[in-house]
Write a protein that binds this ligand. Structure first.
Ligand SMILES: [Zn+2]
Length: 319
């Protein structure tokens, strides 16, 4: 009995201790949960007060990486190339059309000079022409049209690379351009807007479709070239015909274009404004261009873009 009596209180004690212990544990857990939610307890997630200092990149570089490209590690990344702004180009003030500037040169330069000129572009052939000119370090002149409007931005690219921009016409459609004096001026205004958009100003250099000696314009307006040739000069423009051509106005092989160039320049003029085309169908001109350039070099010529001091070539008026 005694053992029975002594066991019972112990048993009762034990049975009371279990809920007590459980209660304490529950309180502790609830307290911890509240503390965690408030962000103060030992298990609360805390952002570090300061980010871990980053290891310098060089310490993470493995030896073999450093051995492959040490210069890349040492040099800063190259700055992006600034966007070309044609309005800051110093040629603008010199080449912009200006009715008050009426001085033009009709005397040949002192050294043998070829002024390569490309008509009827820009087109898909303009880029390869530019690349060939760059390869030889040559500046030329582009008399532009809007025949292929998707290449308008090549006008800016030609100018950016140091070539002169002149205006040929917007439509290059003889029936439209030579329909009347007003029609010509309207067309010139439209190509002027495009060129101004691309290079920031309207240049003084123009070339008539067919040249000033063309007679096809007589089909549309009798005497229009006589009047236009005076009107454009009075307005501050100058028109440039040409002294020689590779003959690419018609369809020829590259070899034929080179031979035509040699035949057409056999007179050995001191100054040659040379007609070629960078229109869409002129792949043969692109193919012939290196040989044409090397031919002129072998004859002692240097190359220059048109400017206000260039010896102006005028054909006789044909209509
Ligand atoms: Zn043309």
């Amino acid at each position: 009995m005694a053992s029975h009596a002594t066991r019972r209180p112990e048993g009762r004690k034990r049975s009371m201790a279990v809920p007590l212990l459980a209660g304490v544990l529950v309180l502790l857990l609830v307290g911890q949960l509240v503390a965690t939610l408030l962000g103060v307890g030992p298990f609360a997630h805390k952002e570090p007060a300061q980010p871990e200092p980053e290891q310098p990149a060089v310490q993470e570089t493995r030896v073999e990486d450093a051995a492959v490209a040490p210069s890349e590690q040492a040099e800063p990344a190259p700055a992006p190339e600034p966007v070309y702004d044609p309005t800051t180009d110093p040629r603008n003030a010199e080449f912009a059309v200006d009715p008050n500037r009426t001085e033009w040169n009709f005397d040949a330069p002192e050294t043998k000079t070829v002024y390569l000129t490309f008509d009827d572009g820009p087109s898909a052939n303009t880029q390869p022409v530019l690349d060939i000119l760059d390869r030889y370090g040559i500046k030329a002149t582009f008399f532009v049209t809007n025949i292929n409007p998707e290449y308008q931005d090549m006008i800016r690219e030609c100018y950016r690379r140091g070539h002169t921009i002149g205006m040929h016409t917007y439509s290059h459609d003889y029936a439209q351009v030579y329909a009347s004096l007003d029609a010509y001026w309207q067309d010139l205004g439209m190509i002027s807007d495009i060129v101004r958009e691309q290079i920031g100003y309207v240049p003084c250099f123009i070339r008539f479709p067919g040249g000033s000696s063309n007679t096809i314009s007589a089909n549309y307006t009798t005497g229009i070239m006589s009047e236009l040739s005076q009107e454009v000069v009075a307005a501050g423009y100058q028109y440039y015909d040409w002294d020689a051509s590779c003959g690419d106005g018609a369809e020829h092989t590259a070899e034929e274009l080179v031979e035509a160039t040699k035949a057409d320049t056999a007179y050995g003029y001191q100054s040659i404004v040379f007609l070629a085309h960078d229109g869409a169908e002129k792949q043969a001109t692109v193919e012939a261009l290196p040989s044409i350039i090397e031919y002129f070099q072998s004859e002692g010529y240097t190359f220059a873009p048109l400017d206000r001091s260039t010896c102006v070539p005028h054909h006789g008026i044909g209509n």
